[in-house]
Ligand binder design. Sequence first.
Ligand SMILES: NC(=O)c1ccc[n+]([C@@H]2O[C@H](COP(=O)([O-])OP(=O)(O)OC[C@H]3O[C@@H](n4cnc5c(N)ncnc54)[C@H](O)[C@@H]3O)[C@@H](O)[C@H]2O)c1
Length: 358
Amino acid sequence: MKKLADGRVEATIAVLPGDGVGPEVIGEAVRVLKAVAAARGHLFQFDEALVGGVAIDETGSPLPSGTLAACRRADAVLLGAVGGPKWGPSAPVRPEEGLLALRRELGVYANLRPVSVHPALVDASPLKPELITGVDMLVVRELTGGIYFGAKRREGDRAFDDCSYSVEEVARVVRVAARMARGRRGHLTSVDKANVLETSRLWREVTQRIVSEEFPDIHLEHQLVDSCAMLLVRRPKDFDVIVTENLFGDILTDEAAVLTGSIGMLPSASLGSGPLGLYEPIHGSAPDIAGRGIANPCGTILSAAMLLRHSLGLEAEAALVEAAVAIAVGDGIRTPDLGGTASTRELGERIVCEIAAA
Ligand SMILES: NC(=O)c1ccc[n+]([C@@H]2O[C@H](COP(=O)([O-])OP(=O)(O)OC[C@H]3O[C@@H](n4cnc5c(N)ncnc54)[C@H](O)[C@@H]3O)[C@@H](O)[C@H]2O)c1
């Protein structure tokens, strides 16, 4: 990335549309990034590459070496979604392996998932309006360790998945979460299962030490994952920043996503120790609606906003995109998942127009 003297930015963005609705929602997010570049004079170059099922079909690998090289060359990676019935659980190679490998290879260990409810979408939530109005939380999920990356094996009629965490793996993600809490309401909830699991006991010890030594201004509370799952629906407004390990984070973030009414609204950013980040909506490839042009592009467009903020340092541009999404959805331009009739393109187009007019 190059920052010019007048504040404009030159950056290369690797674009990985993937499978199912991935190309549809990515198309709108790229149009939004181009609109931002045109409005503010930035120079973004887009480098498209294969990932997931389409990559398996074309190259035999869900993460071809050319794709990984394109991601490493780039300043940020924008991904749609991978997977689909064509490459089901019994397939010899699965699209999801490409995504796990990409996260590991890029070293993006902290997955940030903001969850907030747009005032106009309160009625789309399965929870009562008084519970949901004003929800604004950030879940920070550890992304490259734990049971998903442990050794897997079968012995006779028994199956094993190893789960391990090192002190450093916990410390680095807790630091990211504590920094985020510092920039928000200063409240951090660490979620574990320390009454049963040894990895969770280590998680709790390290979290307690890091926060008390390095972030004494942050209010830290520990929560067991089962009670956290309950509190997320009982009093979601109480949460500010949640930090948790990979498996618990996977489950809790899907639960938190439902609060907002549609999984199609939610973005994510996966960050490592450098500026390179991986940005993707939290939803999957939605094979049930793929190809129909009705997928909600907001989760991907809001992921592009996170890309502008976290990898390119363009905070004002990120806020511009977020405001444009809020205006479009607030004006009733909604895809069917939000109770509307707009197409993916119509919602994307309205967001682009808001950016151009700002
Ligand atoms: N990060 C990823 O790429 C990722 C994440 C989750 C699942 N997957 C894969 O995606 C495939 C489908 O998984 P799934 O059905 O469990 O989850 P999914 O998120 O794809 O779909 C769940 C439900 O949400 C709806 N939905 C999802 N995104 C939407 C959008 N943008 N707009 C409107 N509605 C939307 C779908 O239509 C579906 O009814 C599987 O192969 C799975 O492995 C990939």
